[in-house]
Write a protein that binds this ligand. Structure first.
Ligand SMILES: Cc1cc2nc3c(=O)[nH]c(=O)nc-3n(C[C@H](O)[C@H](O)[C@H](O)COP(=O)(O)OP(=O)(O)OC[C@H]3O[C@@H](n4cnc5c(N)ncnc54)[C@H](O)[C@@H]3O)c2cc1C
Length: 406
């Protein structure tokens, strides 16, 4: 792609993705949104249709041959575009035009859980636990948040891991975890406790916990405002024994806290394509509707109050699109956004998506409030972007802290 715009090849890929979304995801969305079926079989269909597992496996083996951890593009992007960041972004945009919840479940498994293992795991862990996630053979969940520890996830964390013989015993509780009810394996963050240590000095590490481990309970899907296609749940750990090789990064004890920060960074910049998908679809729906809906003998698009909404939607679309392209340009040059830029990208994109989706509901009047036109679903889904991966308020605090640093 050029710095601002998609290449012809990428446009072609986009049309192919849109065909799959129109033929497979749109017709399934009512059942997914009513939680009648989990999203995983359809995800596997997506992966099969575009041979994404083969691409993921190939990029994994390339990295393994270099004896290196896969790059962010390779690990997160393996299944989501063969390591090509632009194709990965297009996949997110196209899925989120119709069903952001479906993408969230997909992204949490491949990008959060799979990405954490690929970025931080030992070569054995990457092959054993990471590869099945990035090829979608298994479903993953990424467990950081706890009932008492959300925004202050590290400081207030209560989940502990105690060394015990040839392994660790994990105890604690996680909540609001995407894919928790159905995940085959979960990346669980815990404070490592040692005899006689000070609780506040305990380092945070990530552990792989597999479905069915004694003492490990995966709660049922929670009912929520939006993102219904994405199952969310609690995880309960009562003295769950994991072998030493389930400590992510191995006994060398990499700083899982930094690893979690990497994932947060990726989650923040990764929200812009999600927001763009929502914004694109809402603008298109609102534009078409306002040109055909007539009041007092004129299409509503001719009224200035309606035009103001359409113009703001277009402005947000342009800005978020530019943020996506900036992110891609940086990645091409092996650079990344600063923490403040990543927070500002998330803050702006999430707010823009919510505003645009709610304006689309308003512009469609009664029809906007009905499920048929889909904008009410996108509005409920968009709101999550302001909460998950760090709330708006936390992004503001991050930006201010960075601006005011020494
Ligand atoms: C659908 C869904 C899926 C999720 N998926 C996952 C997942 O897969 N894995 C995972 O680990 N987590 C997940 N989360 C959790 C999510 O990351 C947290 O909900 C989020 O970080 C906020 O934490 P909290 O809910 O505890 O809110 P709190 O931290 O309790 O915040 C409550 C309010 O207080 C504000 N606030 C808090 N501290 C400050 C401050 N210092 N200054 C100003 N305002 C402040 C917040 O902005 C917010 O408005 C998910 C959440 C949802 C809703």
């Amino acid at each position: 792609m050029s710095d601002f715009g998609w290449t012809e090849e990428q446009e072609l890929a986009r049309r192919m993705l849109r065909r799959w979304v129109t033929e497979k995801l749109e017709p399934a969305t009512d059942a997914l949104e009513r939680c009648e079926v989990p999203p995983y079989e359809l995800m596997r269909d997506l992966v099969r249709t575009f041979a994404l597992a083969d691409l993921a496996r190939a990029s994994f083996e390339r990295a393994a041959a270099r004896s290196a951890a896969p790059t962010e593009g390779e690990s997160r992007g393996g299944v989501m575009g063969g390591g090509d960041a632009a194709l990965q972004a297009l996949l997110v945009i196209e899925l989120c035009r119709v069903n952001p919840g479906f993408f969230m479940a997909f992204g949490a498994s491949v990008g959060l859980a799979g990405g954490a293992i690929m970025a931080r795991g030992t070569p054995e862990q990457r092959r054993r636990f990471g590869l099945p996630l990035v090829t979608m053979e298994q479903i993953g969940a990424w467990g950081m948040t706890e009932p008492g520890a959300g925004s202050d996830a590290f400081g207030a964390m209560r989940t502990v891991a105690r060394e015990d013989g040839d392994g660790y015993l994990l105890s604690g509780q996680k909540t609001f975890i995407t894919n928790a009810p159905f995940a085959d394996l979960c990346v669980i963050y815990a404070k490592l406790a040692r005899d006689g240590d000070q609780p506040e000095a305990r380092p945070i590490h990530a552990f792989v916990v597999e479905r069915g481990a004694p003492g490990f309970v995966q709660g049922p899907p929670m009912r929520k405002m939006g993102m219904h296609s994405s199952p969310t749940g609690e995880l309960f750990l009562e003295e769950v024994r994991v072998p030493r090789d389930h400590l992510l990064g191995g006994e060398a004890l990499v700083a899982a806290r930094d690893g979690a920060r990497d994932v947060f960074h990726g989650e923040r910049t990764g929200m812009a394509p999600m927001a763009l998908g929502i914004i694109e679809r809402c603008l298109e729906t609102a534009l078409a509707y306002s040109q055909q809906r007539v009041t007092w003998g004129r299409p509503i698009a001719e009224y200035q109050l309606v035009q103001e909404k359409l113009a703001r939607m277009f402005m947000h679309k342009q800005n978020v699109e530019n943020l996506v392209w900036k992110q891609l340009a940086l990645q091409r040059n092996r650079r990344s956004m600063s923490p403040a830029e990543a927070s500002a990208t998330k803050l702006y994109s999430a707010r823009a998506a919510t505003e645009v989706a709610l304006d689309a509901v308003q512009l469609l009047g009664g029809n906007g409030y009905m499920q048929e036109f889909r904008v009410e679903q996108l509005a409920r889904d968009a709101k999550l972007l302001q909460i998950g991966g760090g709330t708006d308020e936390i992004q503001i605090a991050n930006i201010a802290r960075w601006l005011c640093r020494d």
